[in-house]
Design a binder for this molecule. Structure first.
Ligand SMILES: Nc1nc2c(ncn2[C@@H]2O[C@@H]3COP(=O)(O)O[C@H]4[C@@H](O)[C@H](n5cnc6c(=O)[nH]c(N)nc65)O[C@@H]4COP(=O)(O)O[C@H]3[C@H]2O)c(=O)[nH]1
Length: 517
């Protein structure tokens, strides 16, 4: 993956995260909206049922009133009939006036008493299946304030119904009681709610799930239906608390999903997770830095250095090495790197037999009680490479088990090098005990050579220590020819640094080897 691919991946990853974040907000909002709607709908439906129940109570009251009177033997309007009608009126809850009919003429009523002139009955607006006649919005002569009313007639009596006061919801004006026969008749409530007669299909559609309109028909009074259309303003007023809660929950969800998504992204892009994924997916790879015989200038070996790069870009050893340690994966990592390097170097025909191949090991692994099993490297070593194990100077390699491991590995043919010599923890007796083969002079000594610094003046002392221990010296970080010449003058045998080659692929290393033969 090149840099522009990595940039694009990064951008796409961000967009994906924003997409997921948005999608989850939309999803949760939708879910919340449905739950809230279901809740409101349930409340609205039970309100519609309550209104219809109230209407039924009015009709039932009228029925009982009229049935009782019809059962009496009166065939004409006399004082005792009128008295009975008035007594019955008092007993009924929702009838505000009762009249007596004969031959389609009103003879008397509880309010008007016995009429001098019988009143001709006008044609009713409709008949119910029970045979009751209904007059809707009929002008009422008896009440000044109530200009019109609903009248029902059964047998010899009629009753003026007190619709508005019963239902008790008239102030909201979002319900309507209507007769849905061949023609539409508005009976009570808001007349503008139903504009024409309704078919069964209309009714089904209006009572559909995502609707806040309810139509319920009374079974006894066929075609007499109640429509409650929830008014937006009223719904808002009534459910304001829930709406505020909904908006709050939505905002909280948005914030939470945003936080979770970006936290996930941050974690995914963290050093810890990238290194851990890299280890699992074997994303680490090897580069090889040549080291040369300073006298002949020939490339005689290489140090294996690991590298890492994923979709988000490279991570350098000074960052991933501490992470590998933190994740306690040092041995797995080492085995992985050694295996890759052995395979690549063996496969390359330009890398000669007997080439020195130097691996970095973690001092901590030498403190383990169990054996450090590197036999597999010997099995892979078809080209008889001289295998060098580098360990940095460290208190940990002075431990009993470290010395034991080093001895055992040396007996199997592995060579040892003390890395970054001169900057770490070391003492002479420890160096003797370790019985290493090379000391690698830390590059800080070499870099300071041109300034004649105190540090560089210590190089001759390192040379005499190496002579005393009978080990070879490799100078690290040789960047220019002056440093190289000076090191040669100090009888240092080997050198490694950018002057001879940067860490490179196995193919490039093979070319370097060929170039110096
Ligand atoms: N300025 C300058 N630098 C030079 C020059 N020549 C070599 N270097 C750098 O010096 C480091 C030498 O490796 P090291 O001392 O073993 O130090 C290594 C080693 O301790 C550790 N490391 C790298 N790969 C592995 C590995 O596979 N296993 C273990 N355990 N440690 C590793 O990370 C350290 C740093 O590795 P790198 O970043 O690759 O850095 C390398 C190399 O790129 C030069 O002329 N000038």
């Amino acid at each position: 993956m090149n840099k522009s691919d990595q940039k694009q991946y990064f951008l796409a990853d961000n967009l994906k995260a924003i997409g997921v974040s948005l999608l989850s907000v939309v999803g949760v909002t939708l879910l919340l909206a449905i739950v809230m709607f279901m809740f409101i709908r349930e409340q609205e439906e039970s309100r519609a049922t309550e209104i219809l129940d109230n209407v039924r109570v009015v009709f039932r009251d009228a029925e009982i009133t009229l049935d009782y009177l019809n059962a009496l033997p009166y065939q004409t309007c006399e004082m005792d009939n009128l008295a009975e009608m008035r007594k019955t009126l008092f007993r009924s809850r929702f009838v505000k006036e009762i009249g007596f009919y004969q031959n389609n003429e009103l003879l008397c009523s509880t309010y008007l008493g016995i009429l001098e002139e019988p009143m001709k009955e006008v044609k009713p607006d409709f008949y119910t299946q029970l045979g009751d006649a209904f007059w809707i919005n009929t002008p009422l002569q008896l009440f000044d304030k109530q200009a019109t009313g609903t009248i029902v007639q059964r047998g010899r009596y009629n009753a003026v119904l007190d619709m508005d006061s019963v239902i008790g919801y008239s102030y909201t004006q979002d319900w309507q009681l209507f007769y849905n026969g061949d023609q539409f008749y508005h009976m009570a409530g808001n007349p503008s709610l139903v504009g024409s007669t309704l078919s069964q299909d209309d009714m089904d559609a209006r009572t559909g799930y995502f609707s806040l309109q309810f139509i319920q028909c009374d079974e006894r009074y066929n075609h007499t239906c109640l429509k409650v259309k929830s008014d937006h303003g009223r719904v808002l007023d009534l459910h304001m608390g829930k709406l505020v809660l909904f908006v709050f929950a939505m905002l909280m969800t948005a914030a939470l999903t945003h936080m979770l998504t970006f936290n996930y992204l941050r974690r995914r892009r963290s050093l810890e997770s990238r290194v851990s994924k890299g280890l699992k997916e074997h994303k680490f790879y090897c580069l090889y830095q040549p080291f040369v015989n300073l006298e002949s200038g020939k490339v005689i070996g290489c140090e294996v250095l690991s590298r890492f790069e994923d979709e988000f870009g490279p991570i350098y050893p000074d960052e991933f090495i501490p992470q590998v340690k933190e994740q306690d994966m040092t041995w797995e990592f080492t085995v992985d790197m050694i295996t890759t390097a052995m395979r690549e170097l063996n496969e390359n025909p330009e890398i000669p037999e007997g080439f020195k191949v130097s691996f970095n090991l973690f001092p901590f692994d030498f403190t383990r009680e169990g054996c450090l099993d590197l036999d597999f490297v010997l099995d892979m070593n078809v080209k008889n490479f001289k295998l060098v194990l580098e360990i940095t100077e460290d208190e940990q390699i002075a431990t009993h088990s470290a010395v034991k491991h080093i001895k055992s590995l040396k007996s199997k043919g592995f060579l040892f090098a003390i890395d970054d010599f001169g900057v770490g923890y070391s003492n002479l007796s420890q160096l003797k005990t370790l019985n290493c083969d090379y000391l690698k002079i830390d590059r800080s000594f070499v870099m300071d050579m041109e300034d004649n610094s105190i540090r560089s003046s210590l190089i001759p002392h390192i040379v005499s220590i190496a002579e005393g221990l009978n080990v070879d010296l490799i100078a690290e970080g040789v960047e220019n020819i002056d440093q190289c010449n000076e090191l040669k003058g100090l009888t240092i045998g080997f050198g490694q640094g950018w002057l001879f080659g940067k860490p490179q692929s196995a193919d490039a290393l093979a070319k370097s080897v060929q170039g110096t033969q």
